[in-house]
Design a protein around this ligand. Structure first.
Ligand code: SF4
Length: 147
């Protein structure tokens, strides 16, 4: 079970739809080898960990990226009663970490062009655009300041 994702049951990672070069493939393997054990990452290519209190929303059997659904309860998932609703866990941890304001954001659906690919490249690109100093200062002050 990954260290930072409660209620995890194994689900396979996505594979890219396109044939990719060695460098891209190597980055995907590296990202999966780090985020798989830590977060149960499924390589959706559109990472939302920052917004979901570092719990992967792709744990949801319905793959909901804005949850919870109408049938779940605080005790169990609507689809599989043997596991907790991952969206309840996301809400709980968001409040524990003081990141509840991030839950007000409507999260985008999967971009299927990116599914199976790494998301680190986009993060590095955005950090470079914003400026490393500003990002580090934001991380050290408040998570909501990054918005
Ligand atoms: S949101 Fe996507 S990229 Fe981020 S940990 Fe979950 S499956 Fe991996």
């Amino acid at each position: 079970m990954p260290g930072f994702t409660p209620g995890r049951r194994w689900q396979p990672a996505y594979s890219p739809f396109k044939k990719e070069n060695f460098g891209d493939r190597a980055l995907q393997v590296l990202e999966y080898s780090v985020k798989g054990p830590l977060f149960g990452c499924r390589m959706c290519g559109n990472c939302l960990l920052q917004e979901t209190a570092f719990i992967c929303p792709m744990e949801c059997p319905k793959g909901l990226r804005n949850g919870p659904c109408g049938g779940s309860t605080s005790e169990y998932c609507y689809v599989d009663k043997t596991r907790p609703c991952i969206w309840y866990k996301i809400y709980e941890r968001s409040f524990q970490l003081g990141r509840e304001e991030l839950l007000l954001e409507v999260l985008p659906p999967l971009d299927w062009e990116k599914v199976g690919q790494d998301s680190w490249r986009d993060i590095f690109r955005n950090v470079a655009k914003i400026g490393y100093k500003k990002v580090v200062n934001g991380l050290l002050s408040s998570p909501v300041n990054l918005l």
